[in-house]
Design a protein around this ligand. Structure first.
Ligand SMILES: [Zn+2]
Ligand SMILES: [Zn+2]
Ligand SMILES: [Zn+2]
Length: 392
């Protein structure tokens, strides 16, 4: 079989020596020159039997068997009957720079694509890999493009990802746009979308909107979870103060010890002890105006009673009283709603600890640090205010 000579009049770019990488074929510009990288394999390969025509008239000699084995689309093109039996097989890959086609052919032969080529021709290689159904190259391109997103390129890549049905890359682009929208909306790419693709613009704006509300929802859930956890801690402290006693307050048969080491939840515990001291002596506790701090203490005692499963021997004041009251509470309609909300609060405080210990295993150290900081501020707004007011 005779090799087909390169018939390009003036090739815009010379074919690189390593075009076929470690799966070499002949790259002949005249009969005497035949480049091979690994001669042992080369000797087993037949002469090129097909040419790929790239933009600018570049003709890349190739092997139909290899092209067909990697790309079902190229296989179909190769198997298509030609007008003349003797006509030379030429596959046109136009519309992308010829360098990108060379990189594409190189991948078909070697299953490899260097970082440099991916960076230079990533967008075109993604398009080629999609059109010619080369999933390995497509996966490489989407991964690489996702890592190289910039404010300027993201809209183009997003459009391409949609055209090439690359959902991972599309999602990454969407997230990138959402995170940098105030810069992206100033780019030419964004203006182009606004003028030419209102549906995509709408998709992106909706995605940004959903991302923002999801973030807000997550923030709210985290805030709530922290509050329940703090309330749970306060419940533990209350029992510990009423049964063992801590630094300032303790049961009547146990002397509070000033020199005693702070307990494990000391910050919460200390605030709670101040609140108990206030509760015990506040003159406004029972008058008609009422006292905000005493009301909070009252709620904590009620919360404890709702959670407590050993009321009979419990040392926390009013535990049994609250239990009795709740079991004989009237069934009025207006009370039902309050009761349901209260039960929900109790359930969440009880489960707060379990949820936190489960999620704790997955938490990053930084989050732990953040939690610790919040822990030091005490049991949320509840104790923060009370301690500040007590101290002032
Ligand atoms: Zn304590
Ligand atoms: Zn008070
Ligand atoms: Zn109790």
């Amino acid at each position: 079989m005779e090799s087909t000579p390169l018939t390009t009049s003036v090739p815009p770019t010379a074919l690189p020596d390593d075009l076929y990488f470690n799966f070499p074929a002949t790259v002949t510009s005249d009969d005497s020159a035949a480049h091979t990288i690994t001669p042992s394999i080369f000797r087993e390969l037949p002469e090129p039997d097909v040419h790929i025509l790239a933009s600018g008239g570049l003709r890349i000699p190739a092997h139909s068997g290899i092209l067909a084995s990697i790309s079902p689309v190229l296989e179909h093109v190769i198997d298509r009957p030609r007008k003349k039996r003797t006509a030379e097989k030429v596959i046109s890959i136009l519309g992308v720079p010829s360098d990108a086609v060379v990189s594409f052919v190189r991948f078909l032969y070697s299953s490899r694509c260097s970082a440099e080529h991916l960076e230079k021709h990533g967008i075109h290689l993604l398009a080629l890999s999609h059109v010619y159904m080369v999933p390995q190259l497509k996966a490489m391109c989407t991964k690489d493009l996702a890592q190289r997103l910039t404010i300027e390129s993201v809209v183009d890549v997003l459009q391409l990802a949609r055209l090439c049905n690359a959902p991972d890359l599309y999602l990454k682009c969407m997230k990138f746009v959402a995170d940098h929208f105030k810069f992206v909306e100033k780019t030419e790419g964004w203006k182009f979308i606004q003028d030419h693709d209102p549906w995509l613009e709408l998709d992106i704006l909706q995605f940004i909107d959903e991302t923002e509300s999801r973030k807000q929802r997550n923030r709210r859930i985290r805030k709530e979870r922290k509050l329940y956890l703090e309330l749970h801690e306060a419940m533990e402290c209350l029992e510990h103060i009423c049964s063992e006693g801590c630094t300032i307050v303790g049961p009547s048969n146990v002397d509070p010890k000033k020199e005693r080491e702070p307990c494990s939840h000391y910050s919460t515990c200390h605030g709670l002890q101040l609140l108990i001291k206030h509760f015990a002596t506040c003159k406004k506790r029972t008058n008609s105006v009422g006292c905000g701090r005493c009301k909070r203490m009252w709620q904590l005692l009620k919360l404890h009673s709702s959670i407590c499963d050993h009321s009979e021997c419990c040392k926390v004041p009013l535990c049994r009283k609250f239990k009795q009251r709740s079991s004989t509470s009237p069934d009025e309609n207006n009370k039902r709603k309050d009761d349901a909300q209260w039960k929900m609060l109790v359930r969440k405080v009880v489960s707060a600890k379990a949820i936190s210990s489960l999620s704790l295993t997955n938490k990053k150290l930084s989050d732990l640090e953040e939690d610790r900081m919040i822990g030091h501020r005490g049991i949320g707004s509840f104790r923060l205010q009370s301690v500040r007011r007590y101290r002032s």
